[in-house]
Design a binder for this molecule. Structure first.
Ligand SMILES: [Zn+2]
Length: 281
């Protein structure tokens, strides 16, 4: 999956680091990120690459994370122009083959969105400041602490013997088969979220929920929790048509092989298709 970048090691322990010339930085403009593309590889800029034209970039850079020994910082300045560097959409990271630099760019984009949305205190309107101790913004004026936004979601693979329930979304760019998915509501357990989403989207009951794996999905600021669940009773699908255009039971032989290996949804469909023992996972 997108976060599985081994043998490289992603480390997001917070530190109040100052940027050095050899450190890399991520710079965003809307949904786009600054890169150099060479063959099928992406490169992110170092401060040294931009030092001559933009000598001040290091001063306000925010430390993000490390991958192996490399420090990544966030630079908020927009419209950076140096020969060979271009802005490309971060949406491509959703569909391109798994690549550790895509993961770095997507996680950086989530943090960038969070910093952008919390420049001012939501309670009193004063400018926020960064904590030196942890990934937190705070308001000196009223004492509000603001932590990064992570929204929990559930993904549910509903199975009935050798059949799996697959769906397609209405009005989204993603056209492949999907599983039931949705955000967990306030006051709800993951398991209750599973039962509610399944009932809302396809009108079915489920039992014997089995947690599979979780996945950070930076594109929607969410943390996904994947469950396999057995159909309980009637298999007749009642589709929630504003969300889904299709809901269908497919035998494992009819399920198309996964085109991408970055999402939890694809991995769960593939696990079922290949007949892995769901109850032993
Ligand atoms: Zn405040």
């Amino acid at each position: 999956m997108i976060q599985d970048i081994g043998p490289r090691i992603f480390n997001n322990s917070y530190a109040d680091k100052k940027a050095a010339p050899e450190d890399l930085f991520l710079a965003y403009e809307g949904d786009a990120i600054l890169v150099r593309e060479e063959k099928d590889k992406l490169w992110y800029p170092s401060f040294a690459d931009f030092e001559e034209k933009y000598p001040h970039l290091r001063e306000q850079a925010i430390f993000l994370f490390t991958i192996d020994e490399i420090n990544y910082f966030l630079v908020k300045e927009q419209g950076l122009e140096v020969q060979g560097w271009i802005y490309v959409t971060t949406n491509r990271f959703r569909t391109e083959p798994k690549y550790w630099r895509s993961f770095a760019g997507a996680v950086g984009a989530q943090l960038n969105r969070w910093y952008e949305k919390h420049r001012f205190c939501g309670r009193c309107g004063q400018p926020t400041e960064s904590s030196a101790k942890e990934r937190m913004l705070y308001c000196k004026s009223c004492g509000l602490d603001i932590y990064p936004t992570i929204s929990p979601c559930v993904i549910v693979a509903i199975h009935d013997g050798d059949r799996l329930l697959l769906t397609k979304y209405t009005g989204r760019a993603y056209k492949n088969y999907a599983l039931i998915a949705g955000f967990v509501e306030v006051g709800e357990t993951l398991e209750d979220g599973v039962r509610r989403e399944v009932m809302e989207e396809v009108g079915l009951k489920v039992k014997n929920l089995k947690f599979y794996k979780s996945q950070p999905w930076p594109f929607s600021d969410s943390l996904l929790a994947g469950f396999f669940a057995e159909l309980d009773g009637d298999d007749a699908i009642t589709l929630q048509e504003d969300e889904l255009s299709l809901g269908v039971w497919l035998h494992r032989d009819e399920i198309p092989p996964a085109e991408s290996h970055i999402s939890l949804t694809s991995e769960m469909q593939e696990a079922f298709r290949l007949g892995r023992n769901i109850s032993a996972l």
